[in-house]
Design a protein around this ligand. Structure first.
Ligand SMILES: Nc1ncnc2c1ncn2[C@@H]1O[C@H](COP(=O)(O)OP(=O)(O)OP(=O)(O)O)[C@@H](O)[C@H]1O
Ligand SMILES: [Mg+2]
Length: 323
């Protein structure tokens, strides 16, 4: 069998701070095929963005990849020199950052930035680059895109800035787009349009997507597979429909029960009690144990190993059905 487009194995990323070592990502493994859409979900602070940064070699000191391997199209990205990573970034692997101003430069017009983005990797004329910019902005629903090119980021609304960042990520039809909460600031109709365009890109250009969000409902409508992250670890992974229908990890169940759509009208939403432990001092066993109604002594002592099957999970007391 041929190698997947992206294969992440045993990835751990840590920040060495004065307060101690923040274990932001611990032993994360997954693979991504060409054109596949993967959803990465989990509560705030679970390590989703740091996972995305790690894939692009964008973790700066005091952070570093402590362990693991990231193989992309036959090349190892961990330890790859920065100039080689820069050549891949934007062209073959693009990221839509949670904060669009991480992509956008406030002192350059949107058109200038977009033509620079095109010409960083493709030697085309300025006019051709502008045409591609207009096309990309139109795709993400910016009306009258030709006239908006001369505007500066501060002249766009927050949601429009986010769409510009999405357009820039799409401009080279990269092999992978890592989209970090890309539609959180958008209203539902624009969100639907972006999801549609992303699906088209996956289908037409074979672009694979890693869609990061705390919003399980949006991710589920787009992703074929779900990765559920908790306290830096993937606690469950499987085909989306399967994970939604038959979650095996109590944390996944908790996320599902807290969705507004699952609560009867007028009834309070269920919440997962407690909060995520500090990544500076993770409990010795399962990090979810202190919040889990199924936890027993073994959960507080031993880190659960990965159980593989139709969906994979890390839990001593899985719920649901094994088949
Ligand atoms: N530069 C840094 N220095 C120290 N700790 C950091 C740094 N960057 C991230 N972290 C820590 O890594 C952990 C994971 O953060 P991350 O941003 O990946 O969470 P997230 O799942 O993306 O959350 P959110 O949904 O709020 O965006 C957090 O505890 C965060 O405080
Ligand atoms: Mg984040």
């Amino acid at each position: 069998m041929s190698e997947p487009l992206l294969q992440v194995a045993g990835l751990s990323t840590q920040f060495h701070t004065q307060a101690g070592v923040v274990k932001a990502v611990s032993d994360v493994s997954f693979s991504l095929e060409r054109g596949q859409i993967l959803g990465l979900v989990g509560e705030s602070g679970s390590g989703k963005s740091v996972t995305g940064f790690s894939l692009l070699g964008l973790v700066d000191p005091p952070g570093r990849i402590a362990e693991g391997s990231i193989r992309f199209d036959g090349q190892e990205l961990v330890g790859m020199p920065q100039p080689d990573l820069r050549a891949l970034r934007g062209k073959r692997i693009a990221m839509v950052f949670q904060d669009p101003m991480m992509t956008l430069n406030p002192v350059l017009s949107v058109g200038t930035q977009m033509t620079l983005a095109v010409r960083a990797h493709d030697k085309v004329s300025k006019q051709m680059a502008r045409d591609r910019a207009v096309e990309a902005l139109t795709r993400v629903g910016i009306p009258d895109a030709g006239h908006r090119l001369d505007a500066y980021p501060h002249q766009f609304s927050g949601g429009m800035r986010q769409r510009v960042a999405i357009a820039i990520a799409m401009i080279h039809s990269p092999d992978i787009i890592i989209a970090d909460e890309p539609t959180t600031a958008l209203d539902v109709s624009i969100q639907a349009q972006i999801l549609h365009e992303m699906r088209e890109l996956a289908k037409d250009s074979g672009t694979a997507l890693i869609w990061i969000s705390h919003d399980l409902a949006t991710v589920s409508s787009l992703a074929e597979r779900l990765l559920v992250m908790y306290a830096g670890t993937i606690v469950e992974e499987g085909p989306t429909a399967r994970v939604l229908r038959n979650p095996r990890h109590p944390y996944t169940r908790g996320l599902l029960d807290s969705l507004p759509a699952t609560a009867p009208p007028g009834q309070n939403l269920q919440q997962i009690p407690g909060s995520m432990p500090s990544l500076l001092a993770l409990p010795p066993g399962c990090a979810f144990a202190p919040r889990c109604s199924f936890a027993s002594e073994v959960c507080n002592g031993d880190v659960p190993y990965l159980v593989t099957g139709p969906s994979a999970f890390r839990c001593h007391h899985p719920i649901g059905e094994a088949k």
